[in-house]
Design a protein around this ligand. Structure first.
Ligand SMILES: [Zn+2]
Ligand SMILES: [Zn+2]
Length: 492
């Protein structure tokens, strides 16, 4: 599959937001948690403000760049509007060669992101407490780990906390790949690692529980042919089938290697990125997924609005029964734990649907791409928000080139067309328990950075690609520390 060939990348916002509920009427579904939505909205606004202040701040700086007290003044403006200072090296020589606004813009994007990471615990405290589906709920459904692979598309960056209303933790995490095309070998390693932890007593209380693998594809209900998954040429059918194929391959791989029955449970979810509703394609009794058997939260929302909680819950349960017996009923019904998980996900997502109705007029104004930067390497669990960055999970650039190419293509539209550079944050984790790991991860970041700069050398030479290295400690407190290039002088 050539992912970059039939790329459709559109970034223009719709002129008029299409409202699903009508402009002023905010519908209230009895199963929605309005207070949680309010907390999430406050968080969204807070994070957004850290990025949206950048452009105006830089425009202001550019006015003053030839003044005598420019550096002092610039720092005061930056502190006031962005709450951090700017690197002196980017300010001091402006009187000679003019302010390097491209470099400053990239720096500010990285720095604002770092701010979000540093303040995450504080920023997210309100909704983390209140969110619908905690780890204990996942455990009650019979799973010790939920490993989710979604598309790297920035519109899915809010997947965990917003769309699925899950709290990220050691046992619930997302890794993204272009088109949700996760790497099977790597997934086997992740699975084996978790199962080993379980079998050696590392997951107390969860010894009898299972591993769940979820793949998440996406589509756009209002503009399916252009705003769907770029990695699959905006072909919803192809996005769905490819993700399911990957899930089945993972199951086969583990069953063939470790014996029948070893494979994890699987679940397939589709997200309508216009309104954040979900389609859950659930398995039958033997764990197989029929792509045509699913439950759609958007439909449930519309049909059950106005019902009281008890009736609405019964409605969801009936709808699931119908979907289950509609096709291939002879295959038998899914396990009880899986069923409560599916019901839980659908019910929790109703809040997200209403969130989009209430705070985004029923449909996101920008239904296309609007990311701020590319994160390459390993993602941080700290930021959960739609369209903040395009994430390319990669071990080496050669291996994951296609994921990066999709990202660079998106940013050619978003940034380069407007004279801005593409900011790429190269980020990896290390463990401070492992001697020498920090130094090794820095070397790894440098290799990846160099490979990115040579793959996109034309952009890099013209100053249209800014790579910043950052590292985090898996077990300690160091988060998103910027690592600068080795100073040239050291080479004497
Ligand atoms: Zn996609
Ligand atoms: Zn990896």
């Amino acid at each position: 599959m050539n992912m970059t060939e039939n790329l459709m990348v559109k970034t223009e916002p719709l002129v008029e937001p299409i409202s699903a509920a009508g402009s002023n009427q905010v519908s209230k579904h009895s199963l929605v948690d309005p207070e949680l939505n309010e907390f999430l909205y406050i968080y969204e606004e807070l994070v957004r403000s850290r990025f949206s202040a950048i452009t105006n701040t830089l425009k202001t700086l550019s006015i003053y760049q030839h003044e005598l007290d420019f550096v002092t003044r610039a720092q005061r403006i930056a502190l006031d509007q962005l709450h951090y200072e700017l690197p002196l090296s980017l300010l001091e020589d402006s009187w000679v060669s003019g302010l390097n606004l491209r470099a400053l813009h990239s720096y500010c994007i990285f720095r604002s992101f770092k701010e979000c990471v540093a303040k995450a615990r504080f920023d997210q405290a309100s909704w983390r407490e209140r969110i619908a589906l905690h780890t204990s709920f996942i455990h009650s459904c019979g799973y010790h780990t939920v490993n989710i692979s979604s598309c790297a598309d920035g519109r899915l960056q809010g997947l965990l906390s917003f769309i699925l209303r899950l709290v990220p933790s050691e046992s619930i995490y997302v890794k993204s790949y272009a088109g949700a095309m996760f790497n099977i070998e790597e997934d086997i390693v992740n699975w084996a690692h978790r199962e080993l932890e379980r079998l050696t007593g590392g997951l107390p209380g969860d010894e009898d529980k299972n591993y769940l693998k979820i793949a998440v594809y996406h589509y756009s209900s209002s503009n399916p042919a252009h705003q769907g998954c770029a990695a699959h040429g905006s072909d919803t059918e192809k996005a769905l089938k490819s993700a399911l194929e990957r899930l089945n391959e993972l199951r086969a791989a583990i069953n063939n290697t470790y014996g029948r029955g070893a494979a994890p449970d699987i679940l397939l979810i589709g997200v309508d990125t216009d309104i954040d509703s979900i389609r859950v394609h659930f398995p039958d009794v033997s764990g197989d997924i029929n792509p045509d058997r699913y439950i759609d939260s958007g439909k449930i929302y519309q049909e059950s609005i106005g019902m009281d909680q008890e009736t609405a819950r019964m409605y969801i349960s009936d709808a699931l029964d119908k979907a289950e017996s509609g096709l291939s009923s002879e295959k038998g019904k899914m396990a009880a734990g899986m069923r409560s998980l599916v019901v839980g996900l659908v019910e929790a997502n109703l809040s997200q649907i209403e969130f989009v109705i209430q705070y985004h007029a029923g449909r996101y104004r920008v239904i296309g791409h609007n990311e701020r930067f590319i994160c390459a390497g390993e993602s941080m669990n700290e930021l959960h928000l739609r369209n903040k960055y395009y994430f390319a999970h990669l071990n080496t650039v050669e291996e994951a080139a296609v994921h990066l190419d999709v990202g660079v293509k998106i940013f050619t539209e978003l940034n380069i067309k407007h004279g801005l550079a593409i900011p790429i944050l190269v980020h990896y984790h290390y463990s401070s328990r492992v001697p020498g790991a920090r130094e090794r991860v820095i070397q790894r970041c440098r290799r990846v950075k160099a490979a990115i700069e040579s793959r996109y050398s034309k952009l890099h030479e013209r100053g249209l690609l800014n790579c910043q290295i950052a590292i985090s400690d898996k077990v300690g407190t160091e988060r998103c520390t910027f690592i600068e290039d080795e100073v040239k002088v050291a080479e004497h």
